[in-house]
Design a binder for this molecule. Structure first.
Ligand SMILES: Nc1ncnc2c1ncn2[C@@H]1O[C@H](COP(=O)(O)OP(=O)(O)OP(=O)(O)O)[C@@H](O)[C@H]1O
Ligand SMILES: [Mg+2]
Length: 439
């Protein structure tokens, strides 16, 4: 009777007497015994059953013991089965060769029953211990993988949280500052433009009065004639309204900047609101104006806009402005970097440019904003890492390496969109923001 716990042995030998002896006492010892008459026969049998141990004769016709062993060890399915060679006492080099081929042991003919059983027992035990060990190892490595995954997930969570906190802090402090400044500017701008109106009126009155004097007193006293010449009265009267006009224009411009600042710093509500992206981009460009101007290193950066006909987008406006800010600031940095070492003449001939394009996707399900610069571009090793938290190629104190990590978080996580880019070293970079339109 064979039971599942009963170990199976395969005897491979061409000598019927040997087989008979071995078969008898091994079966009596409780093993299930299979027999093969040569190497070829053994390899065939192994296709059907995998024994727990193989007793292999060296000298056999056809495929001999060594070759059989070599093939067993080459095959993934049979490699782990322990092989014990059976050899005559005198054949020392057989033992060495057998062990070298991967056999675990050898027994010598004529067989000592006790010895054969002891060795088989030993190797079966070793094998089951090895299997158990492999099992434990696998369990350990499973546990390890789970732990590693947990640690990685937690690290990612913390990094996201950190970026989010920095974002919130940056946004709220910057937002408050900008909103505060905008508010402070508003009052004085208000009374400048309000008073310019009055000044226009007063000037009109005064002019009228002077005309009246001229009509009523066509020949004024000599001191007055002298003074009229000294102050160039006609020029003054002609220039005064122009001067008021430019004061008015200036105050309008300040008011516009103040409006942009308030748009830029729009406090984020906890729900999305409708927002005109163009207003956001324009206000951000306004805030960055001082960085776009000419400086000692380079002429002004040319901004070109290609705005499509966009619907209002449901979003967090303050956060999207932050994305525009980061992308535009990066573009300016890249242009500054690309300008270093170039002559002014060269820079004038091939000017620094930032192109902003907005459009609706062909299927009208999303809005696409592209911000392209013809600056330094990025090598592939930088491209791989730009979205990493704290990755920067900029000097210490200049970049924190959070800009794009935050931008991506806002676009992808807060708005369910995508943030992609293409870049070529020395040619420039283009970032594309895709925002889904929620209908
Ligand atoms: N338009 C671009 N052209 C070339 N390189 C860019 C551009 N935008 C980003 N990079 C590269 O990606 C890196 C990461 O950008 P990111 O905005 O995240 O950080 P940063 O600009 O270095 O610092 P921070 O924005 O926090 O002040 C930059 O240091 C730069 O090397
Ligand atoms: Mg940046």
């Amino acid at each position: 009777m064979s039971s599942p716990q009963q170990p199976t042995l395969l005897i491979v030998d061409d000598n019927p007497t040997n087989i008979k002896v071995l078969f008898g006492f091994l079966r009596d010892a409780g093993f299930r015994v299979l027999v093969a008459k040569d190497g070829g026969n053994a390899l065939e049998k192994l296709q059907e059953t995998l024994p727990d141990l193989i007793l292999l004769d060296v000298m056999m016709p056809g495929i001999d013991g060594f070759e059989t062993c070599r093939r067993l060890k080459q095959d993934e399915t049979t490699r782990a089965i322990p092989v014990i060679f059976m050899t005559a006492l005198a054949e020392a080099e057989h033992k060495v060769k057998g062990l070298a081929l991967g056999a675990v042991d050898y027994i010598t003919k004529p067989f000592q029953q006790e010895e054969v059983l002891a060795r088989i027992d030993l190797h079966l035990k070793l094998r089951s211990l090895a299997a158990e060990l492999a099992d434990k190892n696998e369990q350990l490595s499973d546990i390890n993988t789970v732990l590693e995954e947990k640690v990685a997930a937690r690290t990612q969570e913390l990094q996201d949280m950190q970026a989010q906190m920095v974002l919130t802090e940056k946004m709220s402090s910057l937002g408050q500052l900008v909103a505060g400044v905008a508010h402070e500017i508003n009052n004085p701008v208000g009374f400048i433009s309000g008073n310019i109106e009055h000044a226009r009126g007063y000037l009109g009155d005064l002019k009228g009065l002077i005309e009246m004097y001229r009509t009523c007193y066509p020949e004024p006293a000599p001191e007055i004639v002298e003074e009229i010449e000294a102050i160039e009265l006609d020029y003054l009267l002609d220039d005064f309204p122009k001067l008021l006009e430019s004061l008015h224009e200036g105050s309008q411009r300040i008011a516009q900047i103040s409006r942009s600042m308030r748009t830029f710093s729009r406090a984020d509500t906890d729900h999305q609101v409708e927002f005109d992206l163009h207003e956001g981009i324009d206000s951000t460009l306004m805030i960055l104006k001082h960085r776009l101007k000419a400086n000692e290193q380079r002429p002004a950066i040319a901004i070109s806009k290609e705005y499509g006909n966009l619907p209002a987008v449901q979003c967090y406006p303050g956060q999207l402005n932050q994305v525009f800010m980061n992308l535009l600031a990066n573009a300016i940095d890249a242009l500054d970097e690309g300008s270093a070492g170039r002559s002014f003449a060269d820079l004038t001939a091939n000017p620094n440019r930032i192109h902003v394009q907005t459009r609706l996707s062909d299927d009208r399900t999303q809005v696409i904003v592209r911000i392209a610069d013809n600056g330094a571009g990025m090598p592939p090793e930088v491209q791989k890492r730009v979205f990493e938290n704290s990755f920067t190629t900029k000097a210490v104190g200049k970049g924190t390496g959070l800009g794009l990590a935050i931008a991506r978080q806002i676009v992808v996580e807060r708005h369910g969109g995508q943030l992609e880019f293409t870049s070529e070293l020395g040619q420039g970079t283009e970032f594309a923001i895709h925002l889904p339109l929620t209908i």
